[in-house]
Design a binder for this molecule. Structure first.
Ligand code: NDP
Length: 484
């Protein structure tokens, strides 16, 4: 039996810290259901210690030059890359995602964020605004203490996507991972510390919502960045708004992918596979509503069926495996209940649909055809490997149907017609659109949603606006002209 017990549950003020009075949190390996570690949720005393440490350390961190801060972040990126294999194995134990994926998508993506924002931090400045005599300069300041709260699908990446811009701007961050995947963020803290990050600037506290909630409402916290579901996002946003805190909300989606009749079928099928089955379907931006032009429906489904024959399920630590278990029994059961609803509401189960007997939380990659827009499986985020194939006839019709959702995280278009591609993405209500590909999220590109899918952007220069604020300084060069 594998045991991946970290040195302690939390990382506070530069060190691993344990307090066994906190609620026990067993960590299960999703591929076997075995308990691989037991952590403890943070007690109120530890939450207080982390906040005090951050408040004490942050002013000196913000006072360093951007070049000095950036050097530490870039050093951490190098350590991530050097230890990629070890970190990927841990990510696979934490989430169940295949090692084949984690080797290229998790620690590497975290390293990219640390490198990108580490490089940007030395050029973060205000501006000079001439007013014809008088003038104004602006100072870009850190917000202070940021709280990051993560979902369970990308525990390393989410921690880094939040920490890197926050730290580059001179903030401190307390990060609370999902209680389902608590292991990876501890490594992020350990590596940042090894790279020279001052104590208290990036800390990790474990626990469920009851640890996240007091962090969100503490008046000493200036900003909350959440990656999670829409219902949690609404709660956290409201709690932060009560104290006028800054927020970034990276929430769920039910994104459309539109395949026109002139699309390259293999690319479109590949995009649909990436956008529904990568990470066993547990990706926020997945294109789960696949609108296929009626004239190519049969050829699209034939090719999809053939390629689904190449799915290799099994121990995700085996690099030959390309489809892992779901993260938890609870998430598997939610997905199975949606599959049952799809069948009950009249969709055709074209492929998969069953849990896999034996150990672990495996479920087959599942495709429904004959799906209509009104069906529950076409409206609600499932967050599992369930693709809905719908058909359409006209461009205007498919745009209207694609936009008829409260969500707006991502959207994809497959077509050989360049003009149509740009016209359609121009009309789609989504934070990120893909033309002839799907689900790529390099750090240089803004990432985030519109409508209920969120507020703010992660990655790219846009993230800087969400982790800093501007102070304007008006400088008079002549006498004060008062009315009396
Ligand atoms: P949840 O919304 O259930 O949880 C998100 C995080 O919020 C968890 O750490 C959770 O803790 C914490 N939390 C729950 N309640 C509160 C509260 N009242 N105050 C503070 N924190 C709280 O999401 P999941 O973990 O189930 O993740 C899946 C969701 O995340 C999907 O909807 C998915 O689309 C979305 N997501 C969005 C991404 C994006 O960038 N847009 C990327 C990845 C996922 P705990 O779970 O430990 O109780």
């Amino acid at each position: 039996m594998t045991v991946i017990q970290p040195a302690a549950s939390h990382f506070i003020n530069g060190a691993y810290v344990e307090d066994t009075r906190g609620t026990p949190m067993p960590v299960l390996y999703p591929a076997t259901g075995e308990t691989i570690a037991t952590l403890h949720a943070a007690t109120p005393q530890l939450i207080e210690k982390a906040i005090e440490s951050a408040k004490a350390a942050q002013p000196a961190w913000a006072a360093l030059s951007g070049t000095e801060r950036g050097r530490i972040l870039r050093r951490a990126a190098d350590i991530f890359r050097a230890r990629n294999h070890e970190l990927s194995v841990l990510e696979t134990y934490d989430t169940g995602k295949p090692l084949q994926e984690t080797l290229v998508a998790d620690a590497t993506s975290g390293a990219d964020a640390l490198e990108y924002f580490g490089s940007l931090s030395s050029s973060l400045t205000g501006e000079y605004i001439p007013l014809g005599g008088d003038w104004v300069y602006t100072i870009r300041e850190a917000l202070g203490l940021c709280v990051g709260i993560g979902a369970w699908n990308y525990p390393t990446q989410i921690a880094c996507w939040k920490a890197a811009p926050a730290l580059a701007c001179g903030n401190a961050m307390i990060f609370k991972p999902s209680e389902v995947t608590p292991l990876c963020a501890l490594k992020v803290a350990e590596i940042l510390s090894e790279a020279g990050l001052p104590d208290g600037i990036f800390q990790v506290l474990q626990g469920a919502g009851e640890v996240g909630a007091p962090l969100v409402t503490d008046p000493r916290v200036d900003k909350v960045s959440l990656t999670g579901s829409v219902p949690t996002g609404k709660k956290v946003y409201a709690a932060a708004a009560a104290q006028m805190k800054h927020v970034t909300m990276e929430l769920g989606g039910k994104s459309p992918m539109v395949v026109f009749e002139d699309a390259n079928i293999d690319d479109a099928v590949g995009g649909a596979i990436l956008g529904n089955f990568y990470s066993t379907g547990q990706v926020c931006s997945n294109g789960t509503r696949v609108y296929v032009h009626a004239s190519i429906r049969d050829v699209f489904l034939k090719r999809l069926k053939e390629r689904l024959g190449a799915v290799v399920m099994g121990d995700p630590q085996d690099e030959a495996v390309n489809f892992g278990p779901m993260v938890s029994a609870a998430q598997r059961d939610i997905t199975l209940s949606y599959i049952a609803k799809g069948q009950a509401e009249g969709a055709t189960l074209f492929h998969g649909g069953k849990a896999v007997d034996g150990k672990g939380f495996f479920i087959e990659p599942t495709v429904f055809t004959d799906v209509t827009d009104e069906m529950t499986i076409a409206r609600e985020e499932i967050f599992g490997p369930v693709m809905c194939v719908l058909t359409f006839e006209e461009e205007a019709e498919v745009i209207a149907r694609a936009n008829a959702s409260d969500y707006g995280l991502a959207a994809g278009v497959f077509t050989a017609d360049l003009t149509r591609a740009h016209r359609v993405v121009g009309a789609l209500e989504a934070g990120t659109c893909f033309i002839n590909t799907y689900n790529l999220a390099p750090v240089e590109v803004p990432f985030g949603g519109v409508k209920s899918s969120g507020v703010g952007r992660e990655n790219s220069k846009a993230a800087i606006e969400h982790y800093s604020q501007l102070k304007s300084v008006y400088v008079a060069m002549g006498p004060v002209d008062a009315p009396f």
